[in-house]
Design a protein around this ligand. Sequence first.
Ligand code: V1P
Ligand code: CA
Ligand code: ZN
Length: 393
Amino acid sequence: EYNIVRPKGYTVSYHATSEMEKHHFGQTHPMKPWRLTLTKSLVTAYGMPFAMDNYNTRHATYEELNSFHSSDYLDYLATAAPEDQPRDLDNPDKDVKFNLGGSDCPLFHGLYDYCSMSAGTSLDAARKICNKQSDIAIAWGGGLHHAKKSEASGFCYINDIVLAILELLRLYPRVLYIDIDVHHGDGVEEAFFSTDRVMTVSFHKYQPEVFFPGTGGLHDNGPKSEHNPGAHHAINVPLNDGITDEQYEHLFTSIIGKVNTHFRPSAIALQCGADSLAGDRLGRFNLKVEGHAACVRYCKSLGIPMILFGGGGYTPRNVARAWAYETSIAIGADQNIPAEIPQHAPWRQHFVHDTLFPTLEQSMSEPRNNKNTDKRLRDIVSHVHEQLRFVQH
Ligand code: V1P
Ligand code: CA
Ligand code: ZN
């Protein structure tokens, strides 16, 4: 009923599995896998699947996970049971192995399946890009940027992004990783610290000791020691509470535009964590769906093969809005879909306001003060531009 047609001259693929969405981190945990169901139902209500190749993804194999993660970590992840969780309720993070079983990364039923499906989604997306069957591949079930080689962290157990980038590196000389989740993309940054074939750029709230994970300062640009080719290839954009669409979009295009001309990526991996939206349960920014999505639109305009990953996002209705709208940008249908949530969309009442684009006032009860001065943002841009003088590909 909407004017949604296959884009001419390029292909978008959507990688998901309804199995992943059935998993639960626990009642009080902010990560809700069913936000993926809500996203898919909105995408479907708008008729977008007609314009994409839709893949039901498989589980990643142990060997695939092992291309980044250590065997001892994977073996524990595969066998640890919820019963192994420490029972000391006053100190839930005591005695946890590999950071598994604490409050952030609980052991829950079906954990290994959940992790291998998230990774399978992102690996399938990467393969479609490598064999040129897709120009943009979408993996909203991935984007778990905090996971380390031998450690779970911040709701992330398997770093599907690192696995997908390793796959892209088999074919593409250089991969640009961009992270618009409100948290620092520390796991991806660390994994590629010593190579000049991956540049990582994370935009995040930065307030060490207060806001997770506490890393990603402006001057953290990769280890400069011992002739490391990866030096200057980690870019961090530390921000304060309350940044607006206008400021963020200006920052994003000035930084990514310059990164693009200096680094000349052959593929882009864009983590679209939706916890940078206003009204997020964990986030601190004042971004609207329009401002968040402008980053996707800008990256698409560069005309480079791209994977879109999910990530954080703790107010499910806003996660679904952002990722559904960003899917429409990928297929070039953003001008053709009505802002009103379709009448027949499942869980329509769940959205509270019946629009894809809630105002700031609709997103949160009390607006957050903007603590980002234009002077500070200009200083960030000039520091990044200085870093890029060292990068010439
Ligand atoms: O702040 C912490 C740790 C736990 N303390 C010992 C310090 N953890 C954060 C983790 C946030 C993870 C974000 C993941 C992502 O970047 C990618 C998927 O979005 C945390 C927070 C918080 N407000 O920052 N954990 C929790 N809240 C939490 C709350 C309730 C139950 C379990 C965890
Ligand atoms: Ca980020
Ligand atoms: Zn996050």
